[in-house]
Design a protein around this ligand. Structure first.
Ligand SMILES: Cc1cc2nc3c(=O)[nH]c(=O)nc-3n(C[C@H](O)[C@H](O)[C@H](O)COP(=O)(O)OP(=O)(O)OC[C@H]3O[C@@H](n4cnc5c(N)ncnc54)[C@H](O)[C@@H]3O)c2cc1C
Length: 471
């Protein structure tokens, strides 16, 4: 084993570090503002429920059922709208959280909202049935048939049940991503159908101007976010850039690079390390969008992605013809300059996960000697020649780690001395690893092991930037 980076004890993180961290600090402020807004919304509806006698009503059985039903419904509605916003591809949220983290938050918020919504239906109906369980089904029927809007919200609930049932891990694993994604769009229908019920029967919505303003603003923000950022922005970007396939180049047995060109690509604010969600038109399955990271730093005139064959969509990439139009969404992702706070960085990638790191190796602003690349692969390195060239040109230290994994709990290959554990090997190669920003990309089980070693080496979580190609 030989060390690839000598410990450089410098004030790396003084002036340059502060400049580098500017966007990271702005993103942290956006995250604080976003969670504060959500908590404020939840506090407001709880406050209104309290002044309406929500707590006093807890004193008797029947009124307690109705009162708890009300608060669960109100909180469920706020969370339902919050999760629509979370997945509306709002640029400030995408940059601040990253799509993978947003999806994780969306999952927690979504399940909580759904459970509270079910509790709301059961508790309110039970309360209106005078607290007697046997009368509850007939009361539910009466409510549904008599109150305008309630039948619509029952339809909305069915749509949400479909979405939640297919999002439970066991069910999700059995579905193709595209089928799951299509079903997931029913959540918009579910959220939309709940509005008339809130309008017509939700006492809170209309009982004071403050409350009316709050609920209409919340609904308008959620609907506006979807219309502007989920639909409008991608449509405008595609009209403006008209991205097309320029050529397809084979990189290895199972990976091709697709070179893309378009109009005014200098205006597409995409950075090395980010990914685009792409639909190639004019072929079967064109409606399905797949996310691909840039494999080269964007130069303002062209883009390059590199695609490993795993399923229908990716296999078909090899047969793309020059001129094929592509619809893109994005750019997305925080793997890159945006989240960087240190001048020294390490890039650790495995398999096709080297793709965004190859772009970072080219695009990150680093001084000679400040970037180390650990490249893990089984037999043939993807972009081996390009990384070698970049190493020479940009002063990167590249350490190839070829071969099968040495044992189950290690992310390193057989060639590494078995007496040396992963942590010792890593800190030998990069002694100052805990002082760097570290960008990691690879299969999830592998990145989990890398993450534990980095934590054991003392790297704080906010300087570990991770991408796995999974959903
Ligand atoms: C942020 C991100 C960046 C990625 N970058 C690259 C890259 O640079 N190069 C590369 O080869 N692969 C990349 N992938 C993986 C790539 O998106 C999938 O391999 C591809 O979508 C598979 O589609 P398919 O139709 O060939 O196969 P399918 O049979 O449809 O899917 C195979 C597997 O790919 C995953 N997948 C499919 N569609 C999506 C989707 N829209 N979002 C998330 N996961 C999906 C699923 O886990 C599925 O199990 C990336 C994935 C993500 C999430």
């Amino acid at each position: 084993m030989s060390a690839v980076a000598r410990p450089v004890v410098t004030d790396d993180d003084s002036r340059l570090g502060r400049a580098l961290g500017r966007r990271a600090r702005r993103d942290a402020a956006v995250r604080t503002a976003a969670s504060a807004s959500l908590w404020l919304g939840l506090l407001l509806v709880t406050y209104w429920w309290t002044v309406d006698g929500g707590i006093l009503d807890l004193g008797a059985w029947t009124s307690a059922l109705v009162s708890t039903g009300r608060i669960t419904g109100l909180v469920a509605s706020v969370l339902l709208l919050a999760q629509v916003v979370l997945m509306a591809r709002v640029p400030a949220l995408e940059s601040a959280y990253g799509q993978d983290r947003l999806a994780r938050i969306h999952r927690v918020v979504g399940f909580t909202s759904f459970n509270l919504m079910l509790a709301h239906i059961v508790l309110i109906t039970w309360g209106y049935a005078g607290g007697g369980l046997p009368q509850t089904p007939s009361t539910l029927w009466n409510l549904l048939t008599r109150y305008p809007g309630l039948l619509l919200s029952a339809g909305g609930t069915v749509a949400l049940v479909l979405v939640v049932a297919t999002s439970i891990k066991v069910a999700r694993r059995r579905l193709r991503y595209e089928s799951w994604h299509l079903l997931h769009l029913y959540a918009y229908l579910g959220a939309g159908l709940a509005l008339p019920h809130q309008l017509w029967t939700g006492a809170q919505l209309l009982s004071s101007p403050g409350r009316t303003a709050f609920w209409w603003t919340a609904w308008a923000v959620a609907a506006g976010a979807v219309v502007v950022w989920r639909l409008g922005l991608p449509a405008a970007r595609n009209l403006r850039h008209q991205i097309r396939v320029e050529r397809v180049v084979r990189e290895s047995d199972d990976v091709v690079s697709v070179h893309l060109s378009g109009r005014r690509l200098d205006r597409l604010r995409v950075e090395a390390g980010q990914f685009l969600t792409i639909r190639f038109l004019g072929r079967p399955g064109w409606t399905r969008a797949n996310p691909y990271s840039l494999s080269a730093a964007p130069d303002g005139r062209s883009l390059r992605i590199s695609v490993q064959s795993v399923g229908d969509g990716s296999v078909a990439a090899a047969a793309l013809r020059p001129g094929t139009p592509a619809l893109v969404e994005g750019p997305f992702g925080r793997l890159g300059a945006r989240s960087r706070t240190r001048s020294r960085v390490a890039l650790i990638g495995a398999g096709v996960g080297i793709t965004p790191l190859r772009a970072l190796a080219e695009g990150l602003d680093v001084a000679h000697g400040d970037c180390v690349v650990l490249h893990r692969y089984s037999t043939t390195p993807l972009f081996g020649d390009e990384l070698e060239h970049l190493a020479r040109r940009r002063g990167l230290a590249v350490l190839d780690l070829p071969g099968p994994r040495r044992y189950d709990d290690s992310w390193l290959p057989l060639g590494v001395d078995p007496r040396v554990d992963d942590l010792s090997a890593l800190t030998y190669w990069i002694p100052d690893i805990a002082q760097r920003d570290v960008f990691v990309c690879g299969p999830e089980p592998w990145t989990d092991l890398v993450r534990s070693t980095l934590r054991a080496a003392g790297l704080p979580d906010d300087r570990l930037h991770l991408e796995t190609f999974s959903w």
